[in-house]
Design a binder for this molecule. Structure first.
Ligand SMILES: [Cu+2]
Length: 507
């Protein structure tokens, strides 16, 4: 499906399954009740119709079920698809964008089949490679620059993508938008949930030549699912992992058959796009640490490789809120992993910028907006983000491991973005307090009138930081507001109550 940035859309999702499901818009910046997490259950026969404005940048996103404990089985059986978001900036570049002609969706997944030839889950014997749900896939490509929109839609396998002749290709976009410039590379690692748009110049090949997209999985680091080993000599992930011929070996994913070029082909790789300015750390008011660990108490040392896994020593509980943040909070999250398995961490609502990985600046493929990042055993990954636009007192968003079996087993948490940092209600009508003028258009002083004695007035900025506080006494107070234009929050304490009021300073 295609969506233009700024469009207002309604998506009608009808559940024809005999079981409940949900549909999560992976990567979208939408209100929590439109997010499609475990709370937005679609009963059998029901239709769910979220409406929202498209706020994301042009890139490749996807949708998939996110039901509590049900994600792996429903995704593996096929409930997933790509969403292409377009915007005017992306449209201004000379890039392939003729869908199915020079611009192709490429969804990677592996499957395992049981003795009845049904799709099996919770297994490491996923030895059947599929592209867009197709066995032995091939794609006829014109002899020119072609764009592939790659999604790793696998339950747990990571790929180390490359071309069979080791030619370079060019990464132009990651999860949440375009890079500043194409990144020329011969290999690209993609963990579950990640998206990448790449350009390949097929003009270098002869007509009828065949080239393969491969996974050079022999080069994946130990601990990543898909590598030759996960665990230690004493703690291994299970025998079926080691008999699976895809693990730790290089294998073909997709065959390209080169054919004649189209009319008006794109023939060159662009040199630069709009500069992408990473979010700076100025004004960060919250640091959080999320730690991945095994549930050794119930499952012993084997949990280091088999799980279940915890985030901050807790398994997901739909009745708990793990993190409370506030609208416009700018935060740095630090992810650490003391298990023996690499976990792709995904967070809803926002896109983030990777600050560093083990203290080093992110490599080019992680320099853009991301919503999934692979955290290898012993890694420390820090990212920065801001929780903008949407807030709700009760409906949370999710963060979790995107290895679907891990997620289903509880490697997930929830976070609430609350409306304001003071955490109390706006002035209700007829509360006995008057604040005027508001907005402040022509003067710097505000008058506050109350039926009760006013004891204290505090001023907060939009980030919830207290700018000033003063003890007062009386039923009418004159207050000098800050000179910087903007929105402030006033907290007024009287003998009877504490209330807050938004004040717009516009002079
Ligand atoms: Cu995991």
């Amino acid at each position: 499906m295609f969506i233009n940035k700024q469009d207002s859309i309604t998506l009608n999702v009808t559940n024809h399954l005999p079981v409940a499901t949900t549909v999560h818009w992976h990567g979208f910046h939408v209100a929590p009740f439109n997010d499609g997490g475990p709370h937005q259950i679609i009963a059998p026969g029901a239709t769910w119709s979220p409406s929202f404005k498209m706020r994301n940048n042009a890139s490749t996103y996807w949708y998939h079920p996110h039901g509590e404990g049900k994600t792996e089985i429903q995704v593996s059986k096929g409930l997933a698809g790509l969403i292409i978001v377009r915007d005017s900036l992306e449209a201004s570049y000379t890039l392939p964008r003729k869908y199915g002609i020079d611009d192709f969706p490429i969804i990677l997944s592996t499957r395992s089949f049981d003795v009845l030839y049904q799709i099996a889950t919770a297994t490491h014997s996923d030895s059947v490679m599929m592209v867009n749900g197709t066995l032995n896939p091939y794609l006829t490509v014109p002899k020119q620059v072609v764009r592939l929109r790659l999604l790793n839609g696998s339950a747990d396998r990571t790929y180390n993508l490359g071309l069979s002749d080791n030619s370079p290709f060019y990464l132009i976009a990651t999860d949440g938008g375009m890079l500043s410039q194409p990144f020329a590379t011969t290999w690209l690692r993609m963990s579950p949930g990640e998206r990448a748009e790449i350009l390949i110049n097929f003009d270098a090949y002869d007509i009828d030549q065949q080239i393969y997209l491969k996974s050079y999985a022999s080069e994946l680091q130990k601990g990543i699912i898909g590598a030759d080993s996960v665990g230690t000599s004493t703690l291994i992930i299970g025998e079926e992992y080691y008999t699976n011929l895809l693990n730790g070996t290089d294998f073909d994913i997709l065959r390209f058959d080169v054919t004649t070029s189209t009319a008006n082909p794109v023939t060159t790789i662009p040199t630069a796009f709009a500069p992408l300015i990473p979010m700076d750390t100025l004004g960060v008011n919250t640091h959080r640490h999320l730690h991945f660990s095994p549930d050794t108490l119930l499952f012993g040392a084997q949990a280091y490789v088999d799980g279940p896994f915890f985030i901050n020593n807790e398994a997901f509980n739909i009745n708990n809120t793990n993190i409370i943040t506030h609208i416009n909070d700018k935060e740095i999250w630090t992810l650490t992993n003391s298990t023996l398995v690499a976990h792709p961490f995904h967070i809803h609502d926002i896109q983030f910028f990777v600050l560093d990985i083990n203290g080093n600046p992110p490599p080019p493929q992680y320099s853009g907006l991301k919503d999934v990042i692979l955290v290898k055993p012993q890694d420390t990954v820090r990212f920065i983000t801001k929780f903008e636009t949407f807030a709700d007192e009760t409906m949370p968003y999710m963060y979790h491991c995107h290895l679907l079996h891990h997620e289903d087993e509880g490697m997930m948490g929830s976070f609430l973005v609350k409306p304001n940092a003071i955490g109390i209600n706006q002035l209700p009508p007829n509360n006995g307090i008057k604040v005027y003028p508001n907005p402040l258009n022509a003067q710097q002083t505000l008058t506050i009138q109350s039926e009760n004695n006013i004891n204290n007035i505090a001023i907060f900025d939009v980030l919830g930081r207290q700018i000033s506080t003063q003890k007062t006494s009386g039923k009418q107070i004159t207050l000098v507001m800050p000179t910087d234009k903007g929105v402030y929050m006033l907290q007024i304490k009287t003998d009877q109550t504490t209330l807050s009021q938004k004040i717009v300073v516009a002079y």
